[in-house]
Design a protein around this ligand. Structure first.
Ligand code: PRP
Length: 213
């Protein structure tokens, strides 16, 4: 029986830098340099495996609908998207960071509702609702750290890695919402139909992760 074809969805940037060495240890190597190419889908050394490179926030969508069998995506985006639509069998332990609330240093307590700017609207809604804090949610798509100093928001919910972006914008991290790392997600139907091929990739990646920790 021929091995079924597998599509693995990746994202450019930090996750890609850290996941390519893990994939190489699992014997999956792109046929050309992904960083230098404008292509979005790549063959690999394995005839049945292709890699696609898309925005992180689109990885769950591609995997939910089965256009990609496997995805690599940050836990932050999974928490935002919801994790019911696919399996999440492996924590790769890479691209670690924290999802946090942050606000201007020594900010006085706001008088009305707390205005929170974020691109993680579902996470922020859930987080503040669980605490009984009423907020006004302001959806932004990037450069969140600017919102408080420009008078748009009292606080933000964002990814913090080194904390340098917060400091550079006069903000301080406050509450930890979640620890984040990159996860493997798998389409539910693919897991049934292509079980052996997917288990093989997961086993190899699992061993690579264990070796690196
Ligand atoms: C993330 C996040 C912060 C920054 C934090 O942005 O939104 O801006 O990293 O990193 P630091 O704590 O090390 O300063 P990223 O560069 O991932 O781009 P994004 O705005 O597309 O999320």
């Amino acid at each position: 029986m021929t091995t079924p074809s597998l599509v693995i969805a990746l994202t450019k940037g930090r996750i890609l830098d850290e996941v390519l060495p893990l994939l190489a240890q699992a014997n999956i190597v792109p046929s050309e340099d992904i960083e230098k190419s404008r292509k979005l889908i790549f063959d690999t050394n394995l005839p049945h495996v292709r890699l696609m490179v898309i925005r992180g926030s689109d990885v769950p969508t591609y995997v939910e609908f089965g256009s990609a069998d496997i995805g690599v995506v940050g836990k932050d985006l999974l928490l935002e998207y919801g994790d019911e639509a696919f399996y999440e069998p492996l924590d790769l332990g890479i691209a670690r960071c924290r999802l946090m609330t942050a606000e201007p240093i020594d900010r006085p307590a706001p008088t009305g509702r707390l205005r929170v700017a974020t691109k993680f609207v579902n996470i922020a809604k859930r987080y503040f609702a669980e605490r009984g804090t009423q907020i006004e949610l302001i959806k932004l798509n990037g450069a969140l750290e600017l919102a408080p100093s420009m008078g748009l928001a009292d606080a933000i919910v964002d990814i913090v890695d080194t904390g340098k972006t917060l400091t550079a914008n006069g903000l301080e991290a406050k509450e930890l919402i979640a620890n984040v790392s990159s996860r493997i997600i798998v389409n539910k139907a693919s897991m049934k139909i292509k079980n052996a091929a997917i288990r093989e990739v997961l086993a190899q990646l699992g061993e690579a992760v264990a070796r690196n920790n």
